[in-house]
Structure formats: structure tokens, C-alpha cells
Design a protein around this ligand. Structure first.
Ligand SMILES: Nc1ncnc2c1ncn2[C@@H]1O[C@H](COP(=O)(O)OP(=O)(O)OP(=O)(O)O)[C@@H](O)[C@H]1O
Length: 592
């Protein structure tokens, strides 16, 4: 048995599909009804520009009627469009959505079945008889003659049990205002006007200050923010106009706040994605577009080539805004970076443009003052940097004394960004500095001086042995720094390892020991023989005094280098401090 057959559609199945999988909430039924009324008026006005353009919704909490002054439908059209799922009068002969209409899929009316079991449509096309169509959610419908004086359509729904909340007058008024506040036709809910709002960037004849105040006011109302700046948007290809608001507070670049998007003046979404490139996380847009397409649920933008081009165009606009700030208001750009630097830096890890922005504009901490890396390079050539803030603190003063400029790469993302700079291909050279690298820039003391100080050094080493630290004597600038405590990374790692091993059980202790290769890379206490204080200390002969002085220097070096103070260090600091006090304060009569 062969032959042409027609698909049957199980309407219940379709309604279930729509309600649970396409639309996020039954509330969209209002949007779909409103949209059909708007389209019908648009169609009528195309041939009769003077035709009335009114949409009136009324509700008593159980029944909702939507009356429009649109084109209406003939009986043949009722069968073709209302009673055929997926058939729409809003496509051209080839099946493309006609761009003057909001609808295009021929499924919107089905959303009425999310809240009602029966949809009644009374409609009359110009010069034709009125027709009544009653469709039911079980998939049946009937058509018959009826009365209607004017051209237009009336849609009536009675709330299904359990769906009454969507028919409450306040809810209906809210939903109509939400979706339709800026529609170009008069819409009323129970006699009250629901439209009439304007998009502030569309108003002509305002002075700059007045316009900006209106745009800022609009951001406060709709997004709840007072923007850092407002950037006008205009993408003719997509019939898109609007504004991008630069956020006044830091945001997480991964957190897509989304944009407020209108399509042909009907609200699509307050959280639409895809309108901006990832790097432009610092802006939220409000736009209206005539050519961008919605997805079938009409809750998101359809990802097509046009959306890609819009994204590029808005990206270019925001890039231009950033570049413009750099040239005309660098202080504003710095302020912008103060707010959004973490996000900008996070993106700069992957985006060369953002990296250049950071390079040129973000003032980094250095031991010669805060400055952008580009300036630093221009002055000092190589970018020497430390990987951590602790390293930087240890090094900053001493490096400056030796005319080495160092950048603190310890803040979030900074050292990764510095390491990425040579990849930009501008001949940038970077070099990571370790505190121990400095030791190679220290000079040894004269051999005869070293020889004469052997007893002192031996006494000093004895005092430091129990702290696992090696004492060395060098000369370096600046002479105002008497002592440095230098830990290289592997030594620091092993110290941590040992501390952990002492706290865990035997099995883990064994595992950890495998990493602890014995080498003599103990931290160093470097005494600066160029410091007058150290020279005087070197002249001490009493081993007790030597120990006290060296311990005090050790404590000071720990504090200056922001090293962690272990309990043993704290005890030693205490002891040396009291010991030195005792030396400093002469014994009084009471002690005798
Ligand atoms: N108020 C109305 N006045 C005149 N015609 C209407 C009205 N409501 C619906 N129609 C007709 O019924 C058809 C189907 O409507 P439906 O809302 O299901 O789909 P659509 O609006 O064409 O597309 P979409 O699924 O994108 O909303 C429309 O194409 C239109 O021809």
C-alpha cells in the first residue's frame, strides 16, 4: 500500500513540547498575543497608512481578550494560518521571514494553550464577512460565521484551572509593559495605557549634557547602575541602535550579565548573550535591532553570521572608545583600569590587544615607582621582575641600591602577563629575578679581611646553625642595608617539606622524604661589610655578644624581607632583644 499521506500532529504533544522545552515560562503567551496584534496592524497599515492602530487588552482575572485593529483574516486564511501549525502569513514566497513582522514561525499562537484549553478568535478582514475560529488544546477546531463591526481581530482565552495567576490584571499589565512598553502603537490594559516609553538614544534635539543625563537615568532605571561611561552604538547592517554602558564596578569576565535587547521594539531579553566579544565583559548594552533574528522561543538571539558581524562592529566601537580614552583622557583610562584591571588582565592572558593595553597603561609596582611596563622598558630595556611579592620585598631596596630596576610580578596574573610580552614580537626581553640572583652581584670581601674575621664568622655561624642558616660576609650597595636573608625557591620548598613531614604520619613522611634531596642550599644570612654597623659588629670578640648581635640582625632581615616567622625565630628574636637591652642598660643599685 503506497501513496501520499499527511502527517498528523498531536496537539497535546506539541503543547507539552512548547511548555516544557521551548518557552521558559507560560508568561510568554502575552508576548505572542501582543506580537500577533502588532503584526496585524503593521500589515494593515502597509496598504492603509491611516488605519487605526490600537491594541486593547482586558481581563477580569479569568478571561483575557485582546482586541486589535489589524488586517484580520478571511475564512480561507483562518484555515490556512490559524489551523495549520507552522504556517505563517509572515514569510515570503520562498519561506523567508518578512522583515517588517515580529513573528515568523507560525507556532506563537500555540503558547495560548500553555494557560487555556480553548482559544477563540473572532476576526474580520477588510470587505469580508467576520469569522469565528475556536481551537482546543485536544487538537480540534471549528469555524463559523459571526458578527464583528470593524476590521480587526479579537482573541479570547479562558484560564485553565491552575493558570489563573497569568490572568490577574496586575500580572497582565506588568507583562504587557515588560514586553511592549516601547511598541510604536497604542496598547492599553483595562483602559490604562501601557506603551509610550521611549528609547532615550532615539530622541533628537537634545543637547549633549541633557542627552547624557537621560541615558544615565535610563541605565539607573533599567540596569540599576550609574555607568562609568556611555558609548553610542549604531550598526546599520542590522538596523541596530543603542548604547553600551561601561560598568562602574569590577565584574567577573566569566559572568555574562547579558544585555537588554529589543527586536523591532519588542523586548527579547534582559539577559541576551552573544552581542559583545568576550573581552568586552565590562560593558552592558541596551539595543533595538530590526534585522537580528530571535530563536524560536524568542528568548535569545539567533547565532548567525549577522550576529557575528554585529559583535565585531560593537567590539570595534568599544576598542575605539578605549583608544579614544587613551588619547584624550588618559586619567579616565587609568581610572577604568583601576576598576576593571583584574578582568582586563584575565583576558590579556589570551588576548593580545588586551595585553597591549595592560602593557601600555596599567601602572605596575616597581622599585623605581609605579609605571606601565612600556615606560619601564623604554627606560630600563630588560623587564626584570620577581615572581612573588615576597621576593620583590626582599629585593626591591637592595636592587635599587645596585641600579637594578625590578617589577613586582607578584600580583594576580602579572608575572604571566610579563612572560607573555616577548610573544608580541616587539623585541621585548624579560628576565625573572630571584633573591639569590642578587648574591651573584655581591662582592667578596678582601681575603685578608676575611681571614682576620674568621673567629667572628665561626662564632656567628655557631649561633645560626640551629636555625639552619649559613652566614656569609659580602660587600654590596646600599650600605644602609646591613643584612639580607636570602632563600632560594628550592630551599624554601624543602623547608616547607620538612615542616610538613614533621606533622604527618610515618607513611607520608617516607613519601615526602623522597623529595628532600640533601644539598647545601641552606638560606643565607648575608652580612654587608660595607655597612658601618656590620663593621662594628665584626669587631666584637665576646662570643656571647657576637651571637646576640647576629641573632638580632637575623631577626631584622626576616622582618624586612617579609619572611614567615617560625616559633623558633620568634623565640630567638625575643632572646636577642632582651639580651641587647640588658647590654644597653647599665646595671643599677637594685641589681646588686
Ligand atoms: N491578531 C491577529 N490578526 C491577524 N492574523 C493573526 C492574528 N493572530 C494570528 N494571526 C495569523 O495566524 C498566523 C499564526 O500565528 P502564530 O502566532 O502562530 O505565528 P506567527 O506569528 O506567524 O509566527 P511566530 O510563531 O513567530 O509567532 C499568523 O501568521 C497570522 O497570519
Amino acid at each position: 500500500m503506497s501513496g501520499q499521506r499527511t502527517f498528523k500532529v498531536d496537539l497535546r504533544g506539541m503543547v507539552d513540547l512548547l511548555s516544557h522545552h521551548l518557552y521558559s515560562s507560560p508568561r510568554v503567551y502575552i508576548r505572542e498575543l501582543l506580537q500577533n496584534a502588532v503584526d496585524a496592524i503593521t500589515a494593515r497599515r502597509a496598504s492603509d497608512p491611516a488605519a487605526p492602530a490600537r491594541i486593547a487588552l482586558t481581563t477580569d482575572g479569568e478571561t483575557l481578550t485582546v482586541v486589535d485593529t489589524g488586517v484580520g483574516l478571511t475564512e480561507t486564511q483562518v484555515h490556512e494560518f490559524l489551523a495549520t501549525i507552522g504556517r505563517s502569513s509572515k514569510r515570503d514566497e520562498i519561506g523567508f521571514a518578512r522583515h517588517e513582522f515580529l513573528g515568523q514561525f507560525g507556532i506563537g499562537l500555540l503558547s495560548a494553550f500553555l494557560v487555556a484549553d480553548e482559544v477563540r478568535v473572532v476576526t474580520r478582514a477588510e470587505g469580508c464577512a467576520a469569522v469565528e475560529w475556536v481551537g482546543r488544546s485536544d487538537g480540534t477546531y471549528r469555524v463559523g460565521p459571526t458578527d464583528r463591526a470593524e476590521t480587526g481581530t479579537t482573541v479570547t482565552l479562558v484560564a485553565r484551572r491552575g493558570a489563573e495567576q497569568w490572568f490577574r490584571p496586575v500580572t497582565v499589565a506588568e507583562l504587557v509593559a515588560h514586553y511592549g512598553a516601547i511598541l510604536p502603537f497604542e496598547v492599553t490594559v483595562d483602559g490604562e495605557p501601557a506603551t509610550g516609553s521611549v528609547l532615550p538614544w532615539r530622541i533628537d534635539g537634545w543637547g549633549d549634557a541633557e542627552r547624557r543625563a537621560a541615558l544615565v537615568g535610563y541605565a539607573q532605571e533599567t540596569l540599576g547602575i550609574t555607568p562609568f561611561d556611555v558609548v553610542d552604538l549604531d550598526v546599520p547592517e542590522a538596523g541596530l541602535t543603542g548604547v553600551a554602558y561601561v560598568l562602574p564596578v569590577a565584574t567577573n569576565p566569566a559572568d555574562r550579565g547579558g544585555h537588554r535587547v529589543y527586536l523591532k521594539r519588542m523586548l527579547l531579553s534582559e539577559t541576551a548573550e552573544g552581542l559583545l566579544p568576550d573581552w568586552a565583559f565590562f560593558a552592558r548594552c541596551v539595543v533595538d535591532a530590526t534585522e537580528l533574528r530571535p530563536t524560536a522561543s524568542r528568548e535569545a538571539l539567533y547565532a548567525d553570521g549577522l550576529l557575528d558581524r554585529v559583535r565585531d562592529a560593537i567590539g570595534d566601537r568599544l576598542r575605539g572608545w578605549l583608544v579614544g580614552l587613551a588619547h584624550s583622557a588618559p586619567a579616565r583610562l587609568t581610572k577604568f583600569l583601576e576598576i576593571h584591571h583584574l578582568g582586563v588582565k584575565a583576558l590579556a592572558l589570551h588576548d593580545d590587544d588586551m595585553l597591549r593595553l595592560v602593557d601600555e597603561w596599567w601602572p605596575m609596582e616597581t622599585n623605581v615607582g609605579r609605571m606601565p611596563l612600556a615606560d619601564f622598558r623604554a627606560r630600563y630595556g630588560v623587564i626584570r621582575y620577581t615572581a612573588t611579592t615576597d621576593d620583590f620585598r626582599q629585593l626591591a631596596g637592595v636592587a635599587a641600591g645596585q641600579d637594578i630596576a625590578v617589577v613586582n610580578g607578584g600580583y594576580t596574573y602579572d608575572s604571566e602577563l610579563i612572560e607573555r610580552l616577548p610573544g608580541l614580537g616587539d623585541g621585548v626581553v624579560v628576565e625573572r629575578l630571584d633573591p639569590t640572583d642578587l648574591a651573584t652581584r655581591f662582592d667578596s670581601v678582601e681575603p685578608e679581611v676575611e681571614l682576620s674575621l674568621r673567629p667572628f664568622l665561626a662564632a656567628a655561624q655557631t649561633a645560626m646553625d640551629r636555625l639552619g642558616c649559613e652566614v656569609v660576609l659580602r660587600t654590596f650597595e646600599p650600605s644602609s642595608v646591613p643584612v639580607l636573608y636570602l632563600v632560594d625557591r628550592s630551599a624554601a620548598f624543602r623547608a616547607e617539606l620538612r615542616a610538613t613531614r614533621d606533622q604527618v604520619d610515618e607513611l607520608w613522611a617516607g613519601v615526602l622524604s623522597a623529595f628532600d634531596k640533601p644539598t647545601d642550599e641552606r638560606p643565607q644570612l648575608v652580612l654587608n661589610h660595607r655597612s658601618p654597623l656590620v663593621r662594628r659588629i665584626c669587631a666584637l670578640t665576646d662570643p656571647h655578644l657576637v651571637a646576640l648581635a647576629v641573632e638580632a640582625l637575623y631577626g631584622q632581615a626576616l622582618l624586612l624581607g617579609y619572611h614567615p616567622i617560625r616559633p623558633a625565630d620568634a623565640a630567638l628574636l625575643n632572646r636577642s632583644f632582651i639580651g641587647l637591652l640588658e647590654q644597653a642598660v647599665p646595671m643599677g643599685d637594685t641589681d646588686r
